[in-house]
Design a protein around this ligand. Structure first.
Ligand SMILES: C[S@@+](CC[C@H](N)C(=O)[O-])C[C@H]1O[C@@H](n2cnc3c(N)ncnc32)[C@H](O)[C@@H]1O
Length: 407
């Protein structure tokens, strides 16, 4: 597993590699087949009403986040989302005996089993706490690092208040229906500035910080995720229009040569669309139901509730497991599908002109609500106590358009 993470570029530093090699993941997943424990997948360990409420996170995402955290011996770390305890054990290895890891989970059963796993792995130096991590853990503050391994739509003021000067907050943040793993550094002015941004997909916070972004189940299976600050979505209407496909639109002579892979669609154009158009939605599959036939990942524009029903989905022209980079196809559905598809193509052109930015290109700043006014010309999203500003560095030239082909 670790060899693959190194070769795949997920592990970059000797410290992260050492921790992953030293802490056996299977000890945190008793009862799970060893092959599954060392596959690059999240392993759900708890379900409520059929939905996973806890899992050992996907190893490649864990590696990416450990790199984003930039841990070193002696640091004090607070983790929110102890789960199996695996990530806490990895971090304890990295901060060493001179450092300290406190890990909080809202679920007492999970905290109890994490304690058993940590003991089995010989990691006795993690402090486990059963509490709602939305409030952080004031008794151990200040922390050099606060990391959430659970998704939040908010940058809670409690976390910022519990960071040491120049501390780092790493949070899978829900922004307009997309989730981004953002490492923020706290400046002396109280402003958080992103050091690195990656796409991610985490289970959401339970308790008082439960996310506001709407994930609306579709009748018949699948779900649609829309921005909390958008007009919302009529799930019945979405399920109905998906049964009414119209003629696909091509991207036109020039943009037809914009060749993309699944990652570009989800983290690149999908993120752009979500940030720049409040009608954006992510269609989430379940293997059956109306979304299943769309060969995901799918970003879409959806008519608001009450308007003429329609949906335009951005999909790859070739199946995503074909291994080729392909042009993007725009598939309209329902009576209002065509104008939405034209609007989606306009967004595709704007994304291309901006240099086809993916998640890592975005710079994100978090200002206290009562701080100085933000710079103009950026996407602004409000959270409970902050304004989030999303911004891109200027690009010299849009990427060259090449005919589709392998690669
Ligand atoms: C993806 S799992 C974390 C994986 C874990 N870091 C590991 O290595 O196994 C997310 C965890 O967040 C926990 N969680 C959800 N809401 C929480 C909250 N408000 N406070 C603390 N933990 C929470 C869940 O119970 C779940 O165990």
């Amino acid at each position: 597993m670790v060899d693959a993470l190194v070769t795949g570029g997920r592990v970059l530093s000797p410290a992260v590699e050492d921790a992953l090699r030293a802490v056996p993941r299977h000890l945190f997943l008793p009862g799970v087949d060893v092959a599954d424990a060392y596959a690059d997948g999240a392993v759900p360990v708890q379900h409520v009403d059929g939905a996973a409420t806890s899992s050992a996170s996907q190893p490649s995402m864990v590696a990416i986040m450990l790199e984003q955290l930039a841990l070193r011996p002696g640091l004090r770390v607070l983790e929110i989302g102890a789960g199996t305890g695996w990530n806490a054990a990895l971090m304890a290895r990295m901060v060493g005996p001179a450092g300290h890891v406190t890990s909080v989970d809202i679920d007492p059963g999970l905290v109890a089993s994490a304690a058993v796993h940590l003991a089995a792995a010989g990691t006795g130096d993690v402090e486990l706490v059963c509490a709602d991590g939305a409030l952080g853990h004031p008794p151990g503050a200040p922390y050099d690092r606060i990391v959430l391994t659970v998704g939040s739509a908010d940058v809670r003021p409690e976390w910022v208040a519990q960071l040491a000067p120049a501390g780092r907050l790493l949070v899978p943040l829900g922004v307009r229906g997309s989730q981004l793993s953002i490492a923020f550094d706290l400046g002396p002015d109280g402003v958080l500035r992103s050091d690195s941004v990656r796409g991610c997909s985490f289970i959401r916070l339970r308790g008082i910080g439960a996310e506001r972004d709407a994930v609306v189940p579709l009748p018949g299976g699948g779900a649609v995720q829309v921005p909390a600050d958008g007009p919302g979505v009529d799930a019945e209407a979405v399920a109905t229009v998906l049964l009414d496909p119209r003629d696909p639109l091509t991207a036109g002579a020039a943009l037809g040569y914009l060749t993309l892979g699944p990652q570009d669609v989800w983290d690149g154009f999908g993120l752009w669309l979500a940030l720049t158009d409040l009608a954006a939605a992510r269609l989430l599959p379940t293997g059956s139901g109306p979304v299943a036939g769309l060969d995901l990942p799918v970003s879409a524009l959806v008519s608001p509730p009450g308007a003429e029903p329609g949906l335009a989905a951005a999909v790859l022209a070739e199946p995503r497991d074909s291994g080729v980079r392909t042009a993007l196809a725009v598939r309209p559905f329902g009576p209002a599908g065509h104008p939405l598809a034209v609007r989606l193509l306009g967004a595709l052109r704007a994304w291309w002109a901006a240099g086809c930015p993916g998640a890592p290109a975005w710079r994100i700043t978090v200002w206290p609500e009562d701080g100085s006014p933000p710079a103009p010309g950026v996407v602004t999203v409000r959270t409970s106590a902050h304004r989030l500003l999303l911004d891109l560095p200027p690009v010299a030239a849009a990427p060259e358009l090449r005919p589709p082909g392998p690669g």
